[in-house]
Design a protein around this ligand. Structure first.
Ligand code: SAH
Length: 372
């Protein structure tokens, strides 16, 4: 199975859909990314070469569905319009915006474009024109023409690796990461090493591809789920999913060896690990980097409702891969189990996560010519 042919967040706009269960991602976008997007766009519009080209190419990588991609389109349009006014640009000097919405091919692009179709900022007659197109494919490969993109945005997508590293499995294909579904405190050192190496390899590939596509002095804003330390820790949501699955093993509903062979292609890097990938790849410099702790469903008081909301969030991102491994029917029992283990966890601690947000600028001259 090739991950890029199957991975997608829960499609549609139903109760369990990603579109309705991505509050954390949306909060990161509107709370942290937004001012950085505005800052990058302003700086681009002040750049004569870019302004003279009269077109601003913006890509959202791993856009999925739901509020974040829609809010990004709206923010880019509004920022271009307001900055152009501030700069007293004539109507025909205001750059037209080309938005490239990228995700893997099985993403629910139909729903995304249905929503895009209803957006008022796209109605012509406003000062800035914005055109939106879909770009299906993996961001671990080239997606757009060389030297054409001014701004890349990617929210909560880069923690997805291109695959579970091959060396997690022994010669006969059994996973050596038995008590976990991504790396944890109990993962064997060779498994930890394999996940860390896969992240370095993938992130350098990502940066190399973007280096070919982004114009000199162009910007890239990356927000992803990370880890506060370089020591392997299972993230809180992965721990809850693992606990719910192992409870189903205890109840005889899943075979132990089936759970032991389930590994997710997720890695939550520490800031230092991202920094070293950026430095080694060499095409971008870091303008700003932030790490923040977030508590899931913080605004919900009632513990039962909070637990169900968090369980829906976990289901929305993991449903496809869990169904492929355990069968779709597993969700008839897994969702309630997940809500219960989450409720138990909430009795003692919040469900917290760590986000890393980085604003990068493409260097004018790149020393190595490792173009992809
Ligand atoms: N940006 C959105 C979605 C985040 S979920 C938001 O803020 O809500 C992560 C998304 O990344 C998923 O839709 C997943 O399909 C996509 N993704 C994961 N790996 C990818 C890859 N290699 N190439 C393109 N998209 C990928």
């Amino acid at each position: 199975m090739n991950l890029k042919d199957v991975l997608h967040m829960k499609e549609g706009d139903g109760e369990f859909s990603y579109a309705h269960n991505c509050t954390i991602q949306e909060k990161i976008f509107s709370g942290v990314n937004k001012p950085m997007v505005e800052r990058a766009l302003r700086s681009l519009l002040l750049n004569d070469t870019i302004r003279q080209s009269r077109i601003l190419n913006v890509a959202d990588l791993g856009c999925s569905i739901g509020p974040s991609p829609i809010n990004l389109i709206s923010l880019v349009s509004k920022t271009v319009e307001s900055t152009s006014k501030e700069l007293n640009l004539e109507d025909d000097q205001v750059p037209e915006i080309q938005m490239y919405m990228n995700d893997l091919p099985t993403n629910d692009f139909n729903l995304l474009f249905k929503t895009v179709g209803t957006m008022q900022v796209l109605e012509h007659g406003t000062t800035s024109s914005c055109f939106v197109v879909g770009v299906p494919g993996s961001f671990y490969g080239r997606l757009l023409p060389r030297n054409s993109v001014h701004f890349v945005h990617s929210n909560y997508a880069l923690q997805w690796l291109s695959k579970v590293p091959q060396s997690v499995y022994d010669e006969v294909g059994n996973s050596m990461n038995k008590e976990s579904i991504t790396i944890s405190e109990s993962s064997p050192p060779n498994v930890v090493k394999a996940y860390k190496a896969q992240f370095q390899q993938d992130s350098k590939l990502f940066l190399g591809c973007r280096s070919s596509e982004v114009v000199p002095n162009g910007y890239m804003l990356l927000a992803l789920k990370g880890s506060p330390s370089i020591h392997p820790q299972l993230s809180c949501t992965s721990r809850l999913l693992y606990r719910a699955l192992s409870n189903l093993v205890s109840k005889g509903l899943i075979k132990e060896n089936v759970l032991e062979s389930f590994d997710m292609p997720l890695y939550f890097p520490a800031k230092e690990e991202i920094q070293s990938a950026i430095t080694e790849e060499g095409s971008f410099e870091i303008e700003k980097m932030e790490g923040i702790v977030n508590h899931a469903a913080k605004e919900i008081e009632n513990k039962q409702t909070k637990a169900e909301t968090i369980a829906k969030t976990i289901r929305a991102f993991s449903e496809t891969l869990v169904s492929l491994h355990f069968g779709e029917n597993i969700w008839n029992v897994l969702f309630d189990e997940l809500a219960q283990v989450t409720l138990k966890h909430l009795e003692v601690a919040p469900v917290d996560g760590f986000s890393i947000i980085i604003l990068l600028k493409k260097k004018l001259c790149i020393e190595t010519s490792s173009r992809i």
